[in-house]
Unconditional design. Sequence first.
Length: 475
Amino acid sequence: MKKIIKNGTIVTAADTYTGDILIEDGIISGIGLKLEAPGAEIIDASGCYVFPGGIDPHTHLDMPFGGTVTADDFESGTIAAAYGGTTTVIDFCLTAKGQPLQQAVDTWHHKSQDRAVIDYSFHLMVSELNDKVLEELPQIIEQEGITSLKVFMAYKNTFQADDGVLYKTLQAAKREGALVMVHAENGDVIEYLVDQALAAGHTDPVYHALTRPPELEGEATGRAAYLTGLTDSQLYVVHVTCAEAAWKIAEARKKGLRVYGETCPQYLALDQSALEKPDFEGAKYVWSPPLREQWNQEVLWDALWSGTLQTIGSDQCSFNFKGQKELGLGDFSKIPNGGPTIEDRFSILYSEGVEKGRITLNKFVDIIATASARLFGLFPQKGTIAIGSDADLVIFDPAAVRILSAETHHMKVDYNAFEGMEVKGEPVSVLSRGEFVIRDKVFVGAAGKGKYLHRKRFEAEAPRPAQAEISGGVV
Ligand SMILES: NC(=O)NCCC(=O)O
Ligand SMILES: [Zn+2]
Ligand SMILES: [Zn+2]
């Protein structure tokens, strides 16, 4: 059925204007003034912004980690994402050493295909890079449309790969047109610091942050950037938390390297002091890399504004406080790392960014959707409002004011990391390929309606580093 969204303020990464959007067969087929189409359902968006649906480039749904499994799976996680204004997620498919890549990908298809309520895709973790993996990789990239590869430089003895694996992954990515993503922390030194802290009897959650200092994130980020230059490849640094890492990315981009970066809402809105909350509550705020001293927040905002960082990922990786975070009672190193963020990513960026004058409306759209679409091979199908693009749209009321809380969120987890935070603006209705998923704040979608997205290879369409974009930034 045709739909026309009327009288909204349409916002893309480039433009802001009042107009109507015609939707046919899930695609935007017209944009104009006073549009009409016989039989079309009319949706009034007066007083609201119409944004392209958010793209969350970093989620962990139904993921085994830290001796347990995330509380949110592809159903609850994508419902919460949709409530929050996100219409596409790209989740991390884990692999184990010796496991055929196709088997790992099939496991992730199995977790997601009958559950997701919005469209989704996968990044592929690379844990080793031997001849078998090298042989299978081109096939996976071509047939599955998985054009981004993830290497962990931390989590020693579980996910961590060595520099040789990272180097060879960058080489393979250059050959195959894939983007290499890194969790950039020096896992070897962290392991040593954690052992020292525990031996000294330091078991509280705050020691998670104290044993992962920003220098170790900056060092790993710089190392990965150097290897990217050496291989003439392309790199995306996930969850950048601090000045030390942002500076390394800025330096690499100044040299003209294809190095990109993401931060997350928790690093923009929370700080290290949260880990000191009494009664083990600090465990709710255990992420890796950890929350940093508050002054880093403005550095990250500057880096987003200047283009040193391009995207915001939720890094959704939720664990209940009761029974899951509590696995680390008496030993901070056993607290499952991660938190529930998928639902509030969009609103926090809008409220803390646009409403507080740190970024413009168009920059907001770029960070929340367009840049990820370009970097991860989804543009222009996703990430913008244009004729021919999927009708993934968010009707957003900028006047709404609400308080984020576990009592009202839709994630299947017993706390909200941003509990009590006031945000301005709210997604009222959300459409995925022209169908309502959220209508007037009520979920009307269905599990299994989300489609798996084959993505294009990394190409020149991705935003290029430019001297101008960093001159006013963090360097
Ligand atoms: N970030 C975090 O603490 N948990 C999720 C896994 C990861 O991204 O490192
Ligand atoms: Zn990570
Ligand atoms: Zn993550």
